[in-house]
Design a protein around this ligand. Structure first.
Ligand SMILES: [Ca+2]
Ligand SMILES: [Ca+2]
Ligand SMILES: [Ca+2]
Length: 189
């Protein structure tokens, strides 16, 4: 009988120790779990501007080793360019730019300026990355400078384009602008 009383007591003490150990372990896990991660996020600002707001501009074909075009304004308004900003992931900011060029002809030229904002919490480096263009358009970045942008900072970019001689009559072309944003300490300068 004596032995039977002692065993439960030993069990209680053993479980008590185990309980203390378990509590300490969960506390550690909880602290780790609530560590706040930085957020990498950016968006296009709504203030996109363009050169062609009426009378068209035309340019000569650019040389391949330069980002420049020589352009001048004409006295007619035939072609036009629309820039649409989209929120493709539904998080409330604009993350995609679609450019539509309508009723254009060989030599039609335009210049688009826009801004991107770091709306996350970690510093970013923006990079003018890609333009997914049809062969009828010659699109070139004007400024591709890269420097770190703190949370809330705004970076300006611009690109311009000329319609090639291979353009079809009264054609409409669509393309996307792709900007890359890299966490500043991972960016290769
Ligand atoms: Ca976003
Ligand atoms: Ca025009
Ligand atoms: Ca978005």
């Amino acid at each position: 009988m004596r032995g039977a009383k002692i065993i439960p007591l030993i069990l209680c003490v053993a479980l008590g120790f185990a309980g203390v150990g378990y509590a300490a372990w969960t506390e550690k896990l909880t602290v780790k779990g609530t560590a706040k991660m930085g957020e990498l996020d950016w968006c296009y600002k709504d203030n996109v501007t363009q050169l062609d707001t009426g009378y068209d501009y035309i340019a000569e074909p650019g040389v391949t080793d330069s980002n420049d075009f020589e352009f001048r304004q004409t006295d007619r308004n035939v072609g036009s360019t629309k820039v649409l900003l989209q929120d493709t992931d539904g998080d409330g900011d604009k993350d995609n730019m679609v450019v539509t060029v309508s009723n254009v002809y060989p030599g039609y030229y335009n210049n688009i300026q826009f801004q991107v904002k770091n709306n996350g919490t970690v510093p970013l480096v923006f990079r003018a990355a890609d333009v997914n263009t049809p062969p009828e358009l010659d699109v070139r970045w004007v400024d591709t400078s890269r420097y770190p942008q703190k949370a809330g900072d705004i970076n300006s970019f611009s690109f311009h384009f000329r319609v090639n001689d291979s353009v079809k009559e009264q054609a409409t072309y669509k393309f996307n602008i792709d900007i890359k944003a890299t966490q500043w300490n991972e960016a290769k300068f």
